[in-house]
Ligand binder design. Structure first.
Ligand SMILES: [Ca+2]
Length: 141
């Protein structure tokens, strides 16, 4: 009986490209802050009602209109977080979401006019105690 040989080719899924620059907070490159928000020790520390911002122009890839994305990050200390565009006009997370220590993931769809609004990201915590995040990754779904 003849031996039969099968050749398989492995197709690996392409690794999605992180659209956020310096999501590991190695320093404050490509981020800006308001109030008492700080980037310290490789993490972002979000104080009550203040903003951590990455302008659309500083993202590695900016948002497209009416498109699905996933944002993930590691939470070191939890709170209530929302993520907006850099002008705080668009509410990406549909209200403040409780985030807890560990990995967090949210899917959202950009509005039809995000490109004209400039895109970008701004994070706001409304918990009294500081919210600490690291390893922000934003991908196209
Ligand atoms: Ca880090």
């Amino acid at each position: 009986m003849d031996a039969k040989y099968f050749k398989f080719s492995v197709v690996e899924a392409a690794t999605p490209t992180n659209m956020v620059s310096n999501g590991t907070f190695d320093d404050d490159t490509d981020w800006s802050v308001t109030g008492s928000v700080s980037i310290t020790g490789g993490q972002a520390i979000l104080t009550l009602d203040d903003l951590l911002i990455q302008a659309g122009a500083d993202m590695l890839t900016n948002f497209q209109n009416s498109t699905n994305y996933r944002i993930t990050f590691d939470c070191v200390a939890g709170g209530y977080l929302n993520v907006y565009d850099d002008g705080q006009l668009v509410d990406y997370l549909d209200g403040f979401q409780e985030v807890v220590a560990g990995p967090n993931s949210f899917d959202f769809t950009t509005p039809f006019d995000i490109e004209s609004l400039g895109g970008g990201l701004s994070f706001k915590n409304i918990a009294a105690s500081p919210l600490v995040i690291d390893n922000v990754v934003l991908i196209l779904l």
